[in-house]
Write a protein that binds this ligand. Structure first.
Ligand code: SF4
Length: 133
């Protein structure tokens, strides 16, 4: 077992995050993850809880070889080009003048605000439809 003092916690969390991400829809057992990371059970739990609190992963309790463990799943989806296709900034004449703290700024841009709000409304409608079916 590696000594946790020898390895940066951040590095371990990033590695764990990558393992869970790469496991895809199957997820990965917490016990398997900690073995790959080479850390003790307690440290494996700490990492899983940290990622869980960040909302980066989900975990489901699972009986594996007569022992309870958790299966960890990646929850965050990477941004796609589709998600910014209609962003007003893509075709904005002011894009090179637009800077936070200046007169033209994304902080107070009505077009950007409308676009964000529109996306939020669409997400809400999708969620309502999903919960109705
Ligand atoms: S935030 Fe507004 S002003 Fe700035 S680039 Fe986007 S659309 Fe243009």
């Amino acid at each position: 077992m590696k000594d946790i003092n020898d390895i940066s916690k951040k590095k371990l969390e990033r590695k764990a995050f990558r393992l869970i991400h790469d496991a895809g829809g199957e997820g990965i057992l917490q016990s398997e993850m900690r073995k790959i990371l080479g850390v003790r059970s307690r440290e494996g739990s700490r990492i899983a809880i940290k990622l869980l609190k960040r909302g980066s992963i989900e975990r489901l309790k699972e009986l594996h070889e007569s022992r309870w463990t958790y299966r960890l799943f990646f929850t965050k989806k990477p941004a796609t080009i589709d998600s910014i296709m209609n962003c007003p900034c893509m075709a904005c004449d002011d894009i090179y003048k637009c800077t936070p703290g200046r007169f033209i700024s994304p902080i107070n841009c009505p077009r950007l605000t409308d676009w964000i709000n529109e996306g939020t409304e669409k997400d809400k409608i999708k969620k309502i439809r999903i919960s109705v079916h």
